[in-house]
Design a binder for this molecule. Structure first.
Ligand SMILES: Cc1cc2nc3c(=O)[nH]c(=O)nc-3n(C[C@H](O)[C@H](O)[C@H](O)COP(=O)(O)O)c2cc1C
Length: 326
């Protein structure tokens, strides 16, 4: 890869060296969970991927796009098929939500999304990825909002260098890399060497994503890859305390009581933006399951909380369990 543009000051102003970031995870990392992780020390958050054409045709999807000051710095993540639709959605995001950055998802490779030609499918055409970034950067200039990208190595072949070159020439301010091919999903180990390779050629900050299992791995990824920042994904779902553990540099064996209290705290925040309390009580169950992972009482607690008739009973049982466990 030849000489590419000098580092934009925006990129390094946006992401500070050593940041630990909550990864976007569809179905989990909505406002309440992001706030909870920020309170525990996550330095930055992302919304889950939101459909750009959906934004343009149906307006802001409250559940996915809602965020508060506490979640900032926050990137609103968009995915789509064409530079035009993504740039158009980004303008709506800039005008109505004013996030710290707009992130473009080029990594999602689930068949449902690939079939539409969006997100991960664009990794087959790096030039179009560059064009998506260029048009989005241009559209967001009046709002002074930078554009970042989240990528994999490629869809079914590793094209990292070509992809990076296009994104950088398009004016991206930071790149998050999950170093697996799209077609493998989550199989095998992410290839951290490729994060290091990207870091060597990228004038903009590089965020490493993939394979962090505990707080020690955060330091290990920074040392082995020299990346600017580390994203924590699945490890933060069952252990959001990983952010605090990293700051304190020690394991925190968070008790069952604390975990159930955390579920209650997150649920209270979900009531603000969920269409109904019933829906919030239903959806908190995915977070509950994650928080109980590895505890012998997990099965018993889950069946007690999941056989309730409504939200009021769910909350009463949750409070009862919080009292019961020490
Ligand atoms: C349930 C789930 C949902 C995800 N949703 C998104 C998403 O909306 N946008 C995105 O860029 N990546 C998404 N990812 C990928 C993660 O951000 C991350 O790159 C990946 O899980 C690897 O990191 P990890 O090993 O720390 O989990 C998702 C991953 C999981 C497990």
């Amino acid at each position: 890869m030849g000489e590419i543009k000098k580092e934009t000051t925006k990129g390094s102003q946006l992401i500070k060296k050593g940041e630990v970031i909550l990864a976007p995870m569809a179905g989990y990392t909505h406002s309440a969970f992001r706030r909870f992780c920020r309170r525990l020390g996550a330095d930055r958050t992302y919304t889950e991927l939101i459909s750009a054409p959906g934004f343009v045709h149906r307006g802001i999807p409250k559940k996915y796009a809602y965020f508060t000051e506490e979640e900032k710095p926050i990137h609103v993540q968009l995915f789509g098929r064409t530079p035009e639709e993504i740039a158009q959605a980004a303008v709506i995001v800039a005008q109505e939500l004013k996030p710290d950055a707009v992130d473009i998802n080029f990594g999602c490779s689930v068949p449902k999304v690939l079939k539409t030609g969006a997100a991960g499918k664009l990794m087959e055409t790096p030039k179009i990825m560059g064009e998506v970034v260029r048009q989005t950067v241009e559209a967001l200039k009046p709002y002074n909002i930078p554009v970042t990208a989240k990528i994999r190595l490629g869809l079914d072949e590793d094209r990292l260098e070509e992809i990076a070159e296009q994104l950088i020439e398009g004016g991206v301010s930071a790149i998050a890399l999950h170093p697996r091919l799209g077609v493998v999903g989550y199989a095998g180990e992410p290839d951290w060497k490729r994060i290091r390779d990207l870091k060597k050629i990228s004038p903009v900050p590089v965020i490493g994503s993939g394979g962090v299992k505990n707080w020690r791995d955060i330091d290990r990824m920074m040392e082995e890859t020299e990346c600017d920042a580390v994203m924590v994904g699945r490890a933060a779902l069952s252990n959001p305390w990983i952010f605090k553990e990293y700051k304190l540099k020690k394991d925190l064996k968070v008790s069952l009581k604390e975990r159930l209290k955390a579920v209650y705290e997150i649920l209270q925040m979900m009531f603000e933006y969920y269409p109904s309390p019933e829906k919030a009580c239903f959806e908190i169950r995915s977070i509950l399951v994650q928080f109980l992972k590895g505890f012998t009482q997990s099965r018993e607690i889950k069946s007690y909380l999941m056989t309730v008739k409504g939200c009021e009973e769910f909350i009463n049982r949750l409070l009862e369990l919080i009292e019961k466990f020490s």
